[in-house]
Every structure is written in C-alpha cells, then in structure tokens.
Write a protein that binds this ligand. Structure first.
Ligand code: SF4
Length: 331
C-alpha cells in the first residue's frame, strides 16, 4: 500500500538576467525524482548540501511549487489541489524544519505556536481547551506541560525542536517531512530527537521523509534510503542493504566517511575531490563523473542507465552490479 507516490518530480529555478529579466538558464534543483512511501514507513533522503533534497521535500507539500511531475497523497493529486482541498491535505502532511531557532515565532507563546493548527482547523473551542490540548502534546514530546505559556527564547535548541515536533504532531498527520530536523543539534541531542521521532512513529503510525546530509543520522530511523546527487536519486535501497552493499560510487564515498561500530574493520576512506558542481551547469553524461574515483571515458558523455540489484535496490551507473567497486558489510 502506498501513502505517498512521487513520479518524475522536477523543480527548476529560472535564472534571469538584464533589465528585461530574460530567463537565461535553469537551475535543475530537483530533476526527475520518483519514489513511494508506505504508511508508517521512513525514507531517508541523503546527499551533500545543494543536491536538491530539501527542495524535493518542500515541493511535496507545495511550500515550493514543483515545475512538473506528480505527487499523490492517499491517492489525491496534491499538485491539482487548491482551497479547502489543499488545506485538508496539508493537515495530514506536516514538516519539521532544520533551524529550531528560526522556525518558531519569538513573539508567540508555546500554546499559540503548538496550538495554531488546532485553532485554524477549528479543533478546539476556547483558550482553555487549546492549552489543555497543547499540554498533552508537550507530554508526548517529553516537555514539561507547565511550559505552555513560555516563549521560544526560554528554551534550548533541543527543546525548541521538541516544540516544532509538537506543532507538527498537533493535527495528527499521516506524513511528516523532517527537513534536516536534527542537523543543527549537538550529537547527543540528535540521538534523543531521533529516538523521540521513532517512538512517535510507533505510537501514531506516521510516515516520514527524513532529509539529512549525513548517512549515519538516517541509518537508525530509516527503513529505506535514497541518495541524491545534483537533483537526481542515484541509489535507493532498504537501509541494511544500502549499508552492506552500496553499488553507486557516490554512496560508497559517503559511506566510507561513516564511523563503524567495530573500528578493527576499517573501510578504505574514499575522498571525494572538489565540491559538488553547480546545478546551473551539471556535468554531461554521468553528473558524478568529475568526482568519481572509477569514472570511465564514456561516463563523460553517456547518461548512465538505472540498474536493479534486487527488489527495491536500484542505482544509476555504467558499472554492472558485479563490477561496482567493493561494498562493505554492516559494522
Ligand atoms: Fe562513476 Fe561512471 Fe558510474 Fe558515474 S557512471 S558513478 S562516473 S562509474
């Protein structure tokens, strides 16, 4: 069963120049991305900054309007929805933002921030009912319900992110985009927030799109992982399989930087040369060829095919599965 179905999603930003603001180029931030998410499932979406993962996540909720492609949520066409239909869809599709300092209005109390959706959708009557509902939500995210009338500046980064989670949770969504939701937090706080999100998923059966630049962050929470590079998904697999048998050289490079539980089983660190090329002028052929340690001549001119390793494990590369340089076992 599919909760969210994304097909051929594209988001191209026009680049304008001159007094007439003529369009001179397109930045292909998201370029032909497809995936499905089942109810209660978590898909980790990973890649370096600028790869398009945040734009992809926000396009699903139409916080950024996609250029083309199809997004279906519970069978409903999200891109065609407007007015009350769109509001009703958004009630079930929420987002937690990266920056817990910027995403909470400093002039609003916790009750107003967390309870805003409840009030807008007419789910509470009066102030007392709103505050009671917010106290319940604070308990769910393991914050003291007595904080209900405090303001964001009175909280730490981790506590603010819990407030953001309570806000996302308030309308009992089926799906939440976690947009680099733990990236700005200390490592120990990251683990607490990830554990909280997993517990809430178990309790409420929500699905997540968990966007992050660090593979080690998505490992424990994700059932499947998709790796993005320059606007495209270059590899997608069930989490354990991706970590044990990565096929795309880019995934292998990202994985080689992830610390292992057993330090005696060292993986060769693959150092990627240079930065991610500009999405304004992506390299021809395989867009990764300028940094790929095993690039071949035809990688510079021919777009690689999508290859299938097993059910749910695909990657885009000219190398066949048996030719892909060494995988690694989980450690
Ligand atoms: Fe490397 Fe070529 Fe595969 Fe691209 S297609 S990842 S350049 S081997």
């Amino acid at each position: 069963m599919t909760l969210l179905s994304v097909r051929n999603l594209r988001k191209h930003f026009p680049v304008r120049k001159g007094v007439l603001a003529r369009v001179v180029a397109q930045v292909k931030a998201v370029d032909d991305v497809s995936f499905d998410i089942a109810p209660g499932e978590t898909l980790g979406l990973v890649g370096e900054s600028g790869c398009g993962k945040t734009t992809a996540g926000r396009s699903l909720l139409r916080l950024i309007e996609p250029t083309s492609g199809e997004v279906r949520f519970r069978g409903e066409d999200v891109r065609a929805a407007s007015g009350s239909k769109l509001r009703s869809l958004r009630r079930h599709m929420q987002i937690i933002f990266q920056d817990p300092y910027a995403s909470l209005n400093p002039r609003m109390s916790v009750a107003d921030i967390v309870g805003e959706g409840l009030r807008v959708h007419g789910l509470v009557k009066g102030r007392r009912e709103l505050e009671d509902a917010v106290r319940d939500l604070l308990l769910k995210v393991r914050l003291d319900p007595a904080y209900v009338n405090r303001y964001p500046h009175e909280f730490s980064g981790g506590q603010r992110q819990r407030i953001g989670i309570a806000r996302a949770l308030s309308l009992r969504p089926d799906f939440i985009v976690c947009d680099e939701a733990v990236s700005a937090l200390d490592v120990s706080i990251q683990a607490q927030i990830i554990n909280l999100l997993m517990d809430l998923r178990d309790e409420f059966g929500m699905a997540y799109l968990f966007v992050a630049h660090d593979l080690s962050v998505v490992r424990h929470i994700s059932h499947r992982v998709a790796v993005m590079y320059l606007g495209k998904i270059v590899e997608s697999a069930p989490t354990a399989e991706l970590f044990a048998e990565p096929k795309h050289p880019y995934t292998q490079a990202l994985l080689s930087a992830v610390p292992r539980a057993d330090p005696t089983r060292r993986a060769e660190r693959v150092l990627l040369e240079g930065d991610v090329p500009s999405p304004l002028r992506p390299p021809p052929g395989c867009a990764f060829h300028t940094r790929c340690p095993v690039a071949m001549a035809h990688c510079r001119t021919e777009v690689p095919p999508e290859r299938r390793v097993s059910d749910g494990h695909t990657y885009m590369c000219h190398l066949e599965p048996h030719e892909a340089p060494g995988g690694r076992s989980t450690g």
